[in-house]
Design a protein around this ligand. Structure first.
Ligand code: LLP
Length: 428
């Protein structure tokens, strides 16, 4: 029988009809640890990082893993040990980086709504740079830095107004988005930044969206950014680094995104051709480093064939993996054991009380109750977006490397879910 296409290959592969991640049999792992269960391959993450590192060797650079994609401490530890910096969007994410052994001096702090308290924490920790998204934020950051007797290093996140050609919820570089400083006012905002006592301008930043599968939008954004750099420097303001954000897509089904090293080689040749090769180059990849390194394992509970639809009810739900419900995202689903049975068409749905609670629609699968399914490419924006909706504890997470496995997050217990809640005193 033929094996289904696996985006996580070669780390994810069938051996003797059983799905393995590295050398670990996923069906067995699910039975040992229970389901739903997130499983990540450490070698797959490092292999995804390698082309970024290769393409940037020999020039000043920093790869800042965008931790919102997967912020488990062991994942952060893996990237810290590999020399990465981190892109964070909250003081909580900074705390995770430090707890995982990452260095604050390699952290960039992004996001449109940093609080004063977060700014203070990040300045005190000594982060490399704040990616600032508005004049109002710039003024507040300057005040906070001054009150600490310090200067905050800043790059402005400019909005290059290019269409990344991706889902509207994850496209960020267009004029109508809340992100970044509009191209037309960027030079004036840099001039304001240069006047502020608590601010030191160090770079420029853009991030145009996520799950981008084409080099075109990156090159367009780069050109717009380099135009700005030239205009800004003509006013005597020095731009040390270029941060081109994250956003590189992965294969969920039949997308063919450019390889990271191909994309970076193209960007570098444009940067060098325009005479900007001396600047430090930074990237903020998230999904492309972890997405295809992970799967979500879930057990089939009930098969519910119907007149119009066949439902395969599994024990993972939209609270464990929100991407299908939120973006109608397609994520591959396979059985961890191949059988000779003929497939039927199923909607794979969870136990949550919402019609939007589905993981896959119209999937051709040979399934029986008790089988363990793997939702593919679930290493990014899976666990980090999980919730406790329907009072469901979040899944456990496992890291594998070769034949080794580590529980990197225990399954949440129901008691933990309402431990901070209190009954009220009433007279009735
Ligand atoms: N830098 C900034 C400023 C970002 O906002 C993001 C992602 C990244 C870097 C990393 O982008 P990546 O390389 O992962 O595409 N939850 C959505 C994706 C939201 C992305 C938000 N920003 C999803 O599941 O598709």
């Amino acid at each position: 029988m033929s094996s289904p296409k696996l985006p996580g290959a070669p780390f994810l592969a069938y051996r003797d009809q059983e799905l393995h991640l590295d050398q670990i049999n996923l069906n067995q792992l699910a039975h040992e640890h229970g389901t739903p269960l997130y499983v990540y391959s450490r070698p797959a993450m490092l292999a995804a990082l390698a082309p970024y590192q290769r393409a940037l060797t020999g020039r000043a650079h920093l790869i800042c893993y965008a931790i919102k994609a997967n912020s488990n401490l062991a994942v952060l530890q893996t990237f810290a040990q590999a020399g990465c910096g981190f892109d964070i969007v909250s003081a909580g994410e900074l705390a995770r980086v430090l707890a995982a052994g990452g260095e604050a001096t390699k952290v960039v702090f992004s996001g449109v709504g940093k609080t004063r308290a977060e700014m203070k924490t990040a300045i005190e920790a000594g982060v490399k740079c704040f990616n600032v998204e508005s004049t109002a934020e710039l003024e507040v950051l300057s005040q906070v830095a001054q009150s600490l007797g310090q200067v905050a290093r800043v790059s402005l996140r400019v909005n290059p107004d290019v269409d990344a050609g991706t889902h509207p919820y994850i496209s960020t570089g267009l004029k109508g988005n809340k992100f970044g400083i509009a191209h037309e006012v960027a030079v004036a905002t840099y001039q304001r930044a240069a006047q502020l006592p608590g601010i030191e301008v160090v770079g420029i930043d853009c991030h145009i969206g996520s799950q981008i599968t084409d080099t075109g939008p990156y090159l367009d954004a780069l050109d717009r950014v380099l135009d700005l750099v030239e205009a800004i420097e003509s006013h005597g303001i020095r731009i040390h680094h270029l941060d081109l954000g994250g956003g590189l897509g992965i294969t969920y089904t039949d997308e063919v995104p450019p390889a990271a090293d191909e994309l970076i080689a193209l960007l570098i040749s444009r940067i060098d051709a325009r005479g900007h090769g001396h600047r430090e180059l930074m990237f903020e990849p998230g999904r492309s480093l972890v997405g295809n390194a992970g799967v979500l394992l879930t057990e089939v509970m009930y098969l519910k064939p119907g007149e119009q639809k066949n439902f395969c009810v599994v024990d993972a739900a939209m609270n464990d993996l929100m991407r299908p419900a939120l973006y109608e995202a397609y994520m591959g689903i396979v059985n961890t054991r191949l059988s000779g049975d003929s497939p039927e068409v199923w909607d794979v749905v969870g136990p949550v009380c919402e019609s939007g609670d589905w993981l896959g629609r119209d999937r051709s699968l040979a399934v029986h109750s008790g089988d363990v399914l793997a939702v593919l490419s679930a290493g990014a924006y899976g666990m980090t977006m999980a919730s406790n909706y329907n009072t469901r504890g979040r899944a456990a997470e496992i890291m594998v490397d070769g034949d080794q496995t580590w529980v990197i997050r225990q399954r949440e217990s129901v008691q933990e879910l309402f431990a901070k809640e209190r009954l009220i005193q009433t007279n009735v």
